[in-house]
Every structure is written in C-alpha cells, then in structure tokens.
Design a protein around this ligand. Structure first.
Ligand code: UD1
Ligand code: CA
Length: 458
C-alpha cells in the first residue's frame, strides 16, 4: 500500500517573536523542518514528502531547497484541515497519507513504523499521548467502550473535556480516498473559525470507520515548538537522549548535561569527553581519544588515541593516530595531521599537510604549507602565505629545524634536515642539511651609556 507523507509547515509561529519563520529555527544544529524530512527519509528513502508552506514561504523554500520534497503553498492559513486540502491534487486516489508537522521535530522513526504497522489499512490511525499538562492541545474524547469518538480543541472544549489528559498529537494515518471525499466538505464553525483536520475524526465515526490509536514511548517526541522555551526544552531532550546513546555505546561523558551534538557523529569506544564539548557537522572520533573541556570540533576526523586539550577549536581538520593538539590550538579547514604530531598552545594551522611526529608547540601560524616528518617548528614561526593579493605555498622538508620567531615568506622551500637560525626572515629557498640564518649580526658597542634624565628646571 502506498504511503504519502504530508508535513504541515505553514503556520506563523507568532510566539517565537522572530523574523525567521518558525520551521527554520534550529534544533541540534538543523532547521526544525529538516528533522522531520529526514525522519520521513529514514521511514522510506524513496519517499518525497509534501510540505505545505505559507508564512514567509519563499524564504523557507529557498533556505531548504536541498531537501527532496514537493512544496505546496498555502496562501492563507485557514487551519490544519485547509492545509491538507491544498495537497489533494497531489495525493494518490488510494493508499494512505501520513500527516506530520514541521514544528514537531523529534518524532521517532520507530514510533512511526510501529504506528503504520499497527493501524489497519482501512482504519484511521492517530497518535495520542497522556500529558501531565495537556493545556493547549486537542483532547481525545472516548465513548463508554473506550473508542475514540471525537477530538475537541481546547478553545471549543467544556471544562469536563479540558480535564482529559489524553491529547491529540496531530499525527494521523488516513486513507487517501477518505481525505479526497471529506476534506472538501469540512466546515469552520468553531471558536477559531478554522477548518480543523480534527473534525475528520467525528466524520469517520459517523461512517463507522475504525479509529485506531497508538502512543509514543516518550511524550517529548510529539511535542511541538511554539516558543523559544519549548525549543530549548526539546533541544535538551534531544541532547540527553543522544548523550545516553553514546554512554551506552562506551563513551565517557564527564557531564552528559554539558555536551552538545549538532550534526552526525560517530564515536568509538573508550573515548573520554570532558565538559562543554560541542560537536558540529560530521565528526568522527577514533577509539581511546580524550577531548578536553571547552572544545569545538566541527567536521573533524580524529584517528585513535588522539588527545585534544582544553579550549581548542578544530574545523575541517583531520588528525592522525596518537596526535596531541592544544590547549588553545586552532585547526582550520584543510589541516591534515599525520600520526604522532604535537600541536601546542596558540598554534593556528590552515590548509596544510603535516608529516609524522612533527612538533609545532607554541605560538605559530602554519598556512598553505607542506611540512615533512620529524620537523621541529620553533615558537613563533609564521608562514607568510599571503602577499596581499595571492596565497603562496611553504614547503618544509623532513627533519628540518625552524628556529624560534622565524618568518617564512612564501613561496619558499626549506630543504630536508635544514636548520633555520632563530629570528630569521627567510624569503629565498634554504638548502638541505645546512644552517641558514638571516638577521643582523650581533654587536656589542663599547663605551655606550644609557641616556640620563635631564634635571628639571626650577
Ligand atoms: C493542532 C490540533 C490539535 C493538536 C495539536 C498538536 C487541529 C485543529 N488541532 O492544534 O488537536 O492537539 O495540533 O500540536 O488540527 N498549519 C498549517 N496551516 C494552517 C494551520 C496550521 O500548515 O492553516 C500547521 C502549523 O504550521 C503547525 C501545524 O499545522 O505545524 C499545527 O498547527 P497549529 O496551529 O499549531 O495547531 P494547534 O492549534 O496547535
Ligand atoms: Ca501547535
């Protein structure tokens, strides 16, 4: 039986008090709507969900044009029923339609799979939840045989109905032919003068169509984002679940409440992660790594047994086995470190390939360079890669020794085993296995006197 997914995302999101459309606000580093689209993709990789957009529509569409979805514009937001009505010409005549929400980002694929499997094909499925605080939600009204007979919106409910804790999550599985037949006849005779999708339930009951309900494992899964407080709560829920998963897979988090993932991560066992570590984009961490406190890793691959010390920022870097980086190091995009390298404090590396066991321990900038193995780069070495117009390359051979406070003016080649005297400004190639030095000769001036303070006139 074919399944078509419709994601409603046209609402204004007034309570966000934001210029940004609600579904573009981020949770765990990704727009809310993208979470839902990704969930549908893991439900069925071939699926192309229909997204109903409206408020600041073009902005939503252009920001998320990398998603494989069919966009349908709802020019006026006249209610959830009206929103699904807009998709009717795109829905198949038969099969089933799964309705999801762009601002309910954490619904789990397992929950949806269970929901789809459990709901008989000719029934209407609905996910409900028992909420400690049901305020604001539509309530589930059941008859004396415990069968669902209607959904009543908070604003239309009686006090007795408001006391019900079972709520409508708004997630449904509905036969397409039922939608084709009933959506066009929905009425908006209610407190909000909206076309309620929920009214389909009472219509189905009238036609003796079976209503089947399931509940999620955690109710947080079905919570929506209406304001920034709810966004923060769901962000925490997401992060805690993620931290739990990592810990159960063999990762030590010194404090799971001070750890954030904003992307796709893969972490091997026996990794120790200190507090305030943020992982963004695609991050892969090999076994036995230790990540120090206050560290940002964005699009980074770490080999095995790497130590990243406190307050380091790595972005677009690849670090080989047994390297140590930091404290206070910055690896920028294109930094590729072979194994056993030491990068120390206040070192910045960009677009450079560094050979095995090389040491760059203090206060250096290495950019657009190729550095050999077993090289020692002294404190305060700068590769002058930019002449104001173009970037140029610095090449340093194996076993070279670069004395402290050296400027290497690119393009320049330092030969294998070369030694550069401290304080040099090297603007021509330095031969292999020789000492090259470029600085004023040291002199001592005889009979020199320090200036003497003038006597103040009285
Ligand atoms: C809806 C349900 C309510 C349920 C709750 C769950 C109805 C009438 N009520 O209420 O029973 O408990 O969700 O969160 O369905 N949207 C559109 N176009 C519109 C209106 C809404 O795309 O014209 C989208 C919104 O962007 C949002 C979703 O539909 O993603 C839900 O809309 P919202 O206004 O938040 O519905 P609720 O009143 O919360
Ligand atoms: Ca809502």
């Amino acid at each position: 039986m074919t399944l078509t997914t419709v994601i409603l995302a046209a609402g204004k999101g007034k309570r966000m008090h934001s210029d940004l459309p609600k579904v573009l606000h981020h949770l765990a580093g990704k727009p809310l709507l993208e979470h839902v689209v990704r969930t549908t993709a893991s439900l069925d990789p071939k699926s192309q969900p229909i997204v109903v957009y409206g408020h600041q529509g073009e902005r939503v569409k252009t920001s998320l044009d990398y998603l494989n979805v069919t966009w349908i514009h709802q020019t006026e937001q006249l209610g959830t029923g009206h929103a699904v009505q807009q998709t009717l010409t795109h829905l198949p005549a038969d099969g089933r339609v799964l309705v999801l929400y762009g601002d309910v980002p954490l619904i789990k694929v397992e929950t949806l799979k269970h929901f789809i499997a459990e709901t008989p094909e000719n029934a209407i499925g609905i996910i409900t939840a028992e909420l400690p605080e049901p305020k604001g939600f539509g309530r589930i009204i059941r008859d004396n045989k415990n069968k669902i007979k209607a959904i009543v919106e908070e604003k239309d409910a009686t006090d007795r109905q408001r006391a019900i804790h079972e709520i409508n999550t708004g997630i449904y599985l509905i036969p397409a032919d039922f939608l084709q037949k009933h959506l066009p006849i929905l009425k908006n005779e209610n407190a909000q003068q909206e076309f309620y999708l929920t009214d389909l339930i009472a219509l189905a009951v009238k036609e003796k169509i079976n209503i089947h309900s399931v509940q999620p494992e955690h109710y947080e899964e079905i919570l929506g984002v209406n304001d920034r407080l709810q966004l923060a709560c769901l962000e925490r829920f997401y992060q805690e679940r993620f931290a739990e998963k990592l810990m159960l897979a063999g990762v030590t988090l010194l404090d799971p409440h001070r750890f954030d993932v904003r992307g796709e991560v893969q972490i091997a066992s026996d990794v120790i992660i200190d507090i305030n570590v943020v992982l963004e984009g695609h991050v892969k961490i090999g076994k036995g790594c230790v990540i120090g406190p206050n560290t940002l890793l964005r699009n980074v691959i770490l080999g095995d047994h790497v130590e990243i010390k406190a307050n380091s920022v790595l972005d677009g870097a690849e670090v080989g086995d047994h390297c140590t980086v930091g404290p206070f190091a910055r690896l920028r995009p294109g930094s590729i470190l072979s194994p056993e390298i030491h990068v120390g404090n206040f070192v910045e590396i960009k677009n450079s390939l560094i050979g095995t066991a090389t040491k760059i321990n203090h206060l250096s900038y290495i950019g657009d360079s190729e550095v050999g193995k077993h090289v020692i780069i002294g404190a305060g070495t700068i590769t002058c890669n930019y002449n104001g117009a173009n970037k140029n390359k610095t090449t340093i051979g194996d076993d070279a020794f670069i004395g402290s406070n050296t400027a290497l003016v690119a393009p320049v080649v330092i030969g294998d085993g070369a030694t550069i005297g401290a304080g040099s400004t090297i603007s021509r190639d330095a031969p292999a296995h020789r000492l090259t030095i470029c600085r004023g000769q040291q002199r001592t001036i005889e009979n020199w006197q320090r200036p003497i303070k003038k006597e103040k006139e009285k």
